[in-house]
Design a protein around this ligand. Structure first.
Ligand SMILES: CC(C)(COP(=O)(O)OP(=O)(O)OC[C@H]1O[C@@H](n2cnc3c(N)ncnc32)[C@H](O)[C@@H]1OP(=O)(O)O)[C@@H](O)C(=O)NCCC(=O)NCCS
Length: 405
């Protein structure tokens, strides 16, 4: 083994980013490195060196994750993970994941969260899918709302400076009430608002429009890019919604109506829609909304089951004892008793047994124990325990997650 892992210094961050981005097949220019650097917390980053060169890396960033309640928990956001092709499949990722989990625990973060480049990678480390996202598209001329909004307020397009002023505080207000969302750090916003060409996916620079009530208070926004097309001289642009976030149904309708009203656009696409997003219900022709993909999005790892389970709210006072299986971290495995919103280790006989990764999926409220049981992933020891568990973990809305990190 020629490679060694060590804590990064601030000076290492550009080389760390070059190695990680190289693993993703990208050779970033200096401007991209500069904007990405601000999102990395150097004292939470790890680099892997071989012969004096950085060949891999990974980092935690300090986030908050919203859970049912709503309430927020500190979460380690695992990011900038990559291993150059010369060093793959030598156990580097495995070593990084152990060190990153230790770092999160030391800082009192009961959970870690990440987005995966491939869905095969992280379950072995105890991560489960907390939030699935759908990608949808609709021909603009068929996109008609059943209930057009009747609001007093206005949709206002934002220039770059206005985006920087309006979007961060609005998003922060919204994400605290939406399970599955993570906080966006100042470094995240700086990178996002810089809107480097690499992130545009062939589309225009970012457009954003905010919906403001009569008092000028932001109640929602949509950000999007235009992918132009003039084939044969006919306008056929695609409007790709990046985020459409609204605090209520009327504002949501107003923002979709705005998107469906942009001239020269043939098709409207959106990529971060929650599984239970209401858009389908809002359309006169729901079948016209085509689902392009349903993908795992936010993966969650319970590092401290007692704290994580006690952090969220439950429906009712039922008690449940769960045996948690954890093949990656044996210290987490064990029996936990959930009662009155509190969660403690116990020796009691379990009502059901579940892997820590699948428990994380149920924990965020988007996955029923009954579904996991039908997939053969929950063992019921007490008759009726799965139905009781679903009752306890039930939430009014499913989780949503709109932040790439
Ligand atoms: C994904 C990546 C980080 C894996 O790093 P690595 O150092 O090769 O992983 P490890 O050697 O620690 O592998 C641990 C286990 O996961 C498996 N594994 C890791 N990456 C995998 C992948 N992409 N597909 C399938 N299996 C994978 C390994 O086969 C190994 O399995 P084993 O324990 O049964 O032998 C690396 O391939 C990479 O940088 N890929 C491109 C960038 C990327 O996708 N980064 C992840 C960001 S979310």
């Amino acid at each position: 083994m020629g490679w060694t892992i060590r804590a990064a210094t601030a000076d290492d961050v550009p080389a760390l980013l070059r190695a990680v981005w190289g693993a993703f097949g990208n050779r970033p220019d200096d401007a991209l490195i500069e904007t990405a650097t601000g999102f990395v917390e150097a004292d939470r980053a790890l680099v892997v060196e071989d012969d004096g060169r950085i060949v891999a890396g990974g980092a935690n960033v300090s986030l908050e994750l919203t859970v049912p309640g709503p309430a927020t928990v500190p979460a380690a956001g695992v990011t900038q993970v990559g291993v150059l092709p010369t060093h793959r499949r030598q156990g580097i990722l495995s070593a990084l994941m152990t060190r990153l989990a230790d770092d999160a625990r030391r800082r009192g973060e009961p959970v870690a969260a990440l987005l995966a480049s491939e869905s095969t990678i992280y379950r072995r480390f105890g991560y489960g899918v907390g939030v699935w996202n759908t990608m949808v598209e609709i021909e603009r001329t068929r996109a008609v709302l059943r209930r057009p909004p009747a609001l007093t307020g206005r949709t206002r397009m934002l220039d770059d400076e206005e985006m920087a002023a309006a979007l961060p505080p609005f998003f922060d207000r919204y994400r605290r009430g939406q399970p599955g969302e993570v906080s966006r750090t100042p470094g995240w916003w700086a990178r996002h608002l810089r809107d480097h060409e690499t992130w545009r996916g062939g589309g225009s620079k970012r457009f954003a429009a905010v919906w403001e009530d009569g008092a000028g208070c932001a109640e929602g926004y949509v950000s999007y890019r235009i992918h132009p097309s003039w084939e044969g001289g006919l306008p056929g642009h695609a409007l790709a919604v990046e985020n459409l976030i609204a605090l209520g149904p009327e504002v949501r309708a107003a923002l979709w109506q705005y998107c469906f009203g942009v001239d020269l656009v043939a098709v409207v696409r959106a990529g971060y829609l929650a599984l239970d997003d209401p858009l389908r219900w809002m359309l006169t022709e729901p079948r016209r909304l085509r689902t392009i993909a349903v993908n795992d999005f936010l993966w969650v790892r319970l590092l401290d089951v007692e704290t994580a389970l006690a952090a969220r709210a439950y429906a009712g006072d039922d008690r449940l004892t769960v045996e948690v299986v954890d093949g990656f971290d044996h210290a987490v495995a064990g029996r936990y008793r959930l009662a009155g919103g509190d969660c403690r280790r116990t020796d009691e006989a379990p009502d059901l047994t579940i892997d820590v990764a699948d428990l994380a999926s149920a924990w965020l409220g988007g996955t029923r124990f009954a579904t996991l049981a039908r997939a053969g992933l929950v063992v019921e020891h007490t008759a009726g325990a799965i139905v009781r568990a679903d009752g306890l973990f039930a939430t009014a809305t499913g989780p949503a997650s709109s932040t790439g990190f």
